[in-house]
Design a protein around this ligand. Sequence first.
Ligand code: ADP
Ligand code: ASP
Ligand code: MG
Length: 483
Amino acid sequence: MVVMKFGGTSVTDRSAIERLIAIVRAQRQADAQQEGGDARGPVVVVSALAGVTDRLLGIAAEAGAGDTEGARNNLRELRQRHIDVSHVVTDVTHRAHVVEFLNHELDELERIVHALGVLREVSPRWLDALAAAGEILSSRIVAAALSSHGLMAAWIDARRAIVTDAEHTVAAPLLPETTAALMRHVDPPLAAGRLPVIGGFVGATTAGVTTTLGRGGSDYSAAIVGSCLGAAEIQIWTDVDGMLTADPRIVAEPWVVPHLSFAEASELAYFGAKVLHPSTILPAVARNIPVRILNSQRPQAKGTLITSERPASDRPLTAIASKKQVTVVDITSSRMLMAHGFLRRLFEVFERHRTPVDVVTTSEVSVSVTVDDRRRLAAIVQTLSEFAEVACEDEMAIVCAVGEGLRRDPTLVGEVLLGVGDVPLRMVSQAASRRNVTFVIREGSLPTVLGRLHARFFDEGRATTATEARRQPSGATATAERP
Ligand code: ADP
Ligand code: ASP
Ligand code: MG
């Protein structure tokens, strides 16, 4: 059985959902042929319609600021957009049920918005109640759309099927509980030949309080579902042809990387390749399930396959990830650094404030770390200041060049750093895996640095198919496979 996850742009309107239906149908037919007619699934995981999560968070902010009128107007637009999209459900009775469901959920959101407007405060718990609505609504529409197009689906309420801790807005799944819940809710429809459709990003605590898994978390939901149900493959359907050699919003002509190892994909996702949520690979690794990244606007493109091992490549680097809006925190303490226990004390502060650090470098008297979650930074700085001098620098960016070639060729790190040219490097790090070299620069220099590195390591030897791929009429991001 295959898990197919469709991101926001892959469900954003009627024609996107029609494409989804064709893709799911083709998968079901391929499975049936392979398994001799009694194939199960696929299980379909969907994001909110494109832009809806941002809208819902905006509505929460408006309500919290007392702008109930603004929040209501935005809710009204969201209601209309979902009702419009529900026309993809061709069966009139099915559609009437869906519209009734949409109205019921949106009425509930209006009540929440009203209450928040009175309280003038939005706790993470209420933020989750609002944000989760996007996937609840989209998944209900997609389930009915599949059924009305002859693919009998079963809508699964993610709040019953994904059990998490209570860390609102960044909840972590509780795997034994989630496995049991998925067995209860998803296995019976699968066994009965129906296609379970579940909203990504959303879960609930054991007490039934709605949670979300963090931005971009639908990929993670798909991986959790795939791993708990022992899927044969997890497919991430999105709006680009696969994992690209660099962020296509910054580099003009990146390539598709045809095959990645789990380790490479993890590094790329962790250091900013948005196409994959950083937690997606872990559940796949645990059960050794291949992950495929595919383009729902160009389903014929081969995409990127991610497996535990990949065929050797003679390219030195595999891809370059980058992450913007990073803060560097410099912690200096001439008294303490050499004393044992200093680093423990320092990292305990970040742990206590539940803030992950990404890159770490040390010198004799100072430690520098990067964080991208600034929510608790003021408190962290205050606590650190009790035993060290602390300075923060915003608007920084992490660049992470990934490739198995870094293990083979000891000169490659030098070549990468040389490729940066005259742009000052704020921090440089290479981990024990020697699969990546990571450095921190000012955010403003990111286009220059990525452009230089991409030109040096990826641009020569480009196949003529690059030009052909760019001429594709789909409107999908122009990319080409590496030769
Ligand atoms: P979805 O809504 O399908 O989950 P996302 O917006 O989360 O899609 O992720 C896809 C986007 O990730 C692409 O449109 C692209 O702009 C961005 N992206 C950043 N880095 C990369 C990369 N290295 N490879 C592919 N896409 C990338
Ligand atoms: N809708 C959620 C978000 O925008 C989750 C996702 O799309 O993966 O973050
Ligand atoms: Mg995403």
